[in-house]
Design a protein around this ligand. Structure first.
Ligand SMILES: [Zn+2]
Length: 132
């Protein structure tokens, strides 16, 4: 009751890698690793090698004619060496994904609610008319 001892559940331990003091280790923690070392461990080595973009759109080799940014001409994916540099590079349009309109459950419920309210309004209006 009103004790300041809740700090005790956390202890400070030296990082097992670099010795940096790591605060707020759980009581049960025997070994701790500081955030810097964790970053180092998680960072570089396991990072996936990024695919080098060719600058060509997906499916470029299915196109009847595709000219890459270097002027290489391809007809259905086959390089036409003779045509190199004779055509302007094909402009690659960014792929715009169409949003599929799918109503969420919430939206459906809202629509239903709206309908109900409209029906209610009508009913109320009818009553009013009746009273008049
Ligand atoms: Zn460390």
């Amino acid at each position: 009751m009103g004790s300041k001892n809740n700090v005790n559940s956390y202890i400070t331990l030296p990082c097992s890698k670099c010795g940096r003091l790591v605060e707020n280790c759980g009581e049960s923690a025997v070994k701790s690793t500081c955030s810097v070392c964790v970053m180092g461990m998680v960072g570089m080595p396991s990072e996936p090698v990024q695919k080098v973009s060719t600058g060509r759109p997906a499916g470029w080799h299915f196109m009847n004619e595709f000219v890459d940014k270097d002027g290489n001409v391809f007809h259905k994916g086959k390089e036409q060496k003779k045509l190199k540099g004779t055509l302007p590079p094909t402009k690659v349009k960014p792929v715009v994904r169409k949003k599929t309109k799918r109503r969420s459950k919430e939206e459906i419920l809202l629509a239903r609610e709206k309908e109900k309210r409209a029906a209610l309004k009508k009913a109320v209006q009818k009553q009013k008319d009746f009273r008049l």
